[in-house]
Design a protein around this ligand. Structure first.
Ligand SMILES: Cc1cc2nc3c(=O)[nH]c(=O)nc-3n(C[C@H](O)[C@H](O)[C@H](O)COP(=O)(O)O)c2cc1C
Length: 163
């Protein structure tokens, strides 16, 4: 069972969450490749996909959205999970916000989409980013909850392995 996990991150928190998921799945005996969506030019040989993106200005990154467009056909024949990383609390476990997840991804039969809390560390951002985040009501801090991420990864492992 080979899984492709794409992580689209600008400041590292989505990558961190992707690593937690990958490590958890590998510990459960699955093979996981973690890649930037824009670095993938072939999805042949993968049995399942996990698509992750940071949210900026209510959207997935362009690279993450482009990936779903480029591989829409292949993604529609395999199990796909998706996660978004942001700071405002969307209801979890539902694809309830088309703007966030993107209309392209909505046309996929995603098994499950969750939003994980990310990180707002102004020292890592430029002035423009800091201003936008503050205007959006972001509060400083690292809200990455590795336990919640592992619990979600566990549901994927259980579904893929039947154990
Ligand atoms: C300029 C900017 C815009 C953002 N817009 C949103 C947003 O619309 N919704 C949201 O939930 N979080 C938003 N965030 C918070 C980021 O999604 C959060 O910091 C996340 O952890 C970033 O992921 P990354 O470290 O992988 O890039 C924004 C952050 C910045 C700096």
């Amino acid at each position: 069972m080979r899984i492709l996990l794409t992580s689209s991150s600008r400041h590292g928190s989505t990558d961190e969450i992707a690593s937690v998921i990958a490590e958890h799945l590998r510990a459960g005996g699955l093979e996981v490749d973690v890649k930037r969506p824009e670095a993938v030019d072939d999805v042949e040989g993968y049995d399942a996909f996990i698509l992750g993106s940071a949210i900026y200005m209510t959207h997935w990154t362009q690279e993450a959205t482009d990936f779903t467009k480029r591989f829409l056909m292949q993604l529609s024949t395999k199990p796909v999970w998706a996660f978004s990383v942001g700071l405002s609390g969307l209801p979890q476990g539902k694809i309830s916000d088309p703007q966030r997840i993107g209309p392209v991804l909505l046309s996929l039969d995603v098994k499950n989409h969750v939003t994980f809390a990310g990180r707002f560390d102004p020292t890592r951002l430029n002035l423009r980013e800091r201003t936008i985040a503050r205007l959006g009501g972001a509060t400083e801090g690292d809200n990455v909850d590795a336990e919640a991420v592992r619990a979600w990864a566990d549901t994927i492992r259980a579904e893929l392995t039947g154990a």
